[in-house]
Design a protein around this ligand. Structure first.
Ligand code: CLF
Ligand code: SF4
Length: 491
């Protein structure tokens, strides 16, 4: 029988200085996982910019929400993975945007969400269309929002072609975060992804178009970096086209100051009506994506917690409350609640201290992991195990080895629980996505799914509900080690 699981964070902490040292280490021991970096890994100015941004800080995504508004539908290029009748694949999974908004409608919606969702920290404009090309509407929206909600950070995503024309305004408007999608540095490869661009009143095609686009993207990256704006580069991984090339993209954007590189899998389906969808271009498998990401280790820091969210998403990454805030559902009178956001942020600051201290202790305990081990966690945020297995639509995957415990990605699993009734096919799917994961950590799990998992060699653990993820994993590793030691002594 295994030793009982004792949460590490429940152990007495006798030495606060030791805790402080652990805290300074941050939650991530991997140098390639830059988005996990903490205050000890960057200057205070940069930390102030990223600490509440759910995309730029992996830790912040446990606590903070973003929302997108689709206000700028015009685009100056054509990507082979895009059909604007659906959505912008730069920043969202294909799917019809429920509403395209005027700047005034968008500002009203942001006010309504901010009043209801104290976790909201970022407003992003991420398609469909290009926020820098359709600049008048982007700027009008940001101006309206920043007048009413100065504590909400502004974030925009662009293909980069028009960006160099707006750098001064971006800086003047306090936009600290800009994403540029760069899929290729080599124009021969770029031309296979973007067949045409519209630039200086002319439509241009092929290698000429790809060269202009590449040069403008890199120019924008350099200009923004020089002015202190954090730039994330998104690259869509397209097997057979740019998979071997993305390591060159990673090097090139690192050299020009990119803060993060987010390599996203192509999502391709004939139903989306895109060129790639219609010609049968497939997206990468999870293993192919990981291979490319791992090959980029040591270059520009990688973002691994992107959820490829919709262009009208609302909420924490991985959840989408967009349908709760369509225009017809907004109240007539909207009263802002800045004090609720302030109180939430103060709570997060305290929670963060506790969590990082606990994570530091867990790092020490993690030496109990003799071989790299994966854990699938059911969580609704705050860095805790706080979600019923049946309610999980995705699992956060953590890896533990002798170097520590770290977040390594997420895997989608369609919701197992349908109004209380199990769905055998979805359990098959879950078992497939957790193929190489021996442990599932959740707040609760029913006997049926527990047995199905056990039959597949996966142990479900629900005795550490509400515990911090890292400390729970450390407890399990310690318990397993104690069990092994006991067995060895008895042998
Ligand atoms: Fe939105 Fe993008 Fe800003 Fe985030 S999303 S504009 S940087 S606030 Fe984030 Fe969504 Fe991934 Fe984008 S998870 S698709 S990276
Ligand atoms: Fe579509 Fe965005 Fe590409 Fe424009 S930049 S074609 S909106 S994916």
């Amino acid at each position: 029988m295994s030793a009982p699981l004792i949460p590490i964070s429940g152990l007495a902490v006798s030495n606060r200085q030791e805790m402080g040292k652990n805290l300074a280490k941050g939650g991530c021991s991997s140098s390639s996982c830059g988005s996990s970096a903490g205050p000890a890994d960057m200057d205070p100015e940069t930390w102030a910019k990223v600490k509440d941004h759910p995309c730029y800080s992996e830790e912040a995504h446990h606590y903070f929400a973003r929302m997108h508004v689709a206000v700028s539908p015009a685009c100056n290029i054509q990507c082979n993975y895009c059909n604007r009748k659906y959505d912008c694949a730069n920043e969202s999974r294909p799917g019809v945007v429920s509403e395209r908004l005027t700047p005034e409608q968008a500002a009203r919606k942001v006010l309504a969400v901010a009043a209801e969702v104290p976790q909201l920290s970022v407003l992003g404009i991420a398609g469909p269309g290009d926020a820098a090309y359709d600049w008048r509407k982007t700027k009008a929206t940001f101006d309206l929002v920043s007048q009413r909600l100065p504590d909400i950070k502004l974030c925009l995503s662009s293909n980069g072609l028009a960006l160099p024309d707006h750098i001064d305004e971006i800086v003047a408007m306090n936009i600290d975060h800009v994403t540029i999608t760069i899929n290729a540095i080599d124009p021969e490869i770029g031309a296979q992804i973007v067949p045409w661009i519209f630039y200086e009143r002319k439509r241009r095609t092929g290698v000429e178009a790809a060269t202009i686009l590449r040069d403008r993207q890199l120019q924008a990256l350099e200009m923004l970096h020089e002015r202190g704006v954090l730039v994330k580069v998104n690259s869509v991984l397209i097997p057979g086209i740019n998979d071997d090339h993305l390591i060159e993209v990673n090097k090139a954007v690192k050299a020009r100051g990119a803060f993060l590189h987010n390599i996203m899998p192509l999502i391709s389906d004939p139903a989306h009506g895109t060129h790639f969808g219609l010609t049968g271009q497939r997206g990468p498998t999870a293993a192919e994506l990981k291979k490319v990401q791992d090959a980029c280790a040591g270059g520009a820091n990688l973002m691994r917690h992107c959820r490829q969210c919709r262009a009208d998403a609302v909420g924490l990454l991985g959840e989408d409350r967009g349908q709760d805030f369509t225009l017809d559902k907004l109240p007539e009178e909207i009263e802002d609640a800045p004090e609720a956001r302030e109180a939430y942020r103060a709570w997060v600051a305290e929670e963060r201290k506790d969590r990082q201290a606990a994570a530091g202790l867990a790092e020490q305990a993690a030496a109990a992991a003799e071989a790299p081990t994966l854990f699938a966690v059911c969580t609704r945020g705050s860095g805790r195990i706080n979600l019923h297995f049946g309610k999980a639509t995705e699992f956060q995957i953590y890896e533990a080895d002798a170097d520590g415990i770290r977040f390594v990605g997420h895997r989608r699993a369609d919701n197992y629980c349908l109004g209380g009734y199990g769905d055998a096919e979805r359990m098959d799917e879950i078992i497939k996505v957790l193929d190489d994961v021996p442990y599932v950590l959740c707040q609760m799990i029913g006997n049926g799914p527990r047995k199905r998992l056990a039959d597949a060699g996966i142990e479900a653990i629900d005795s550490l509900g509400e515990e911090y993820i890292e400390t729970a994993i450390a407890s399990i590793l310690q318990s397993r080690r104690a069990h092994r030691d006991q067995a060895a002594q008895g042998a």
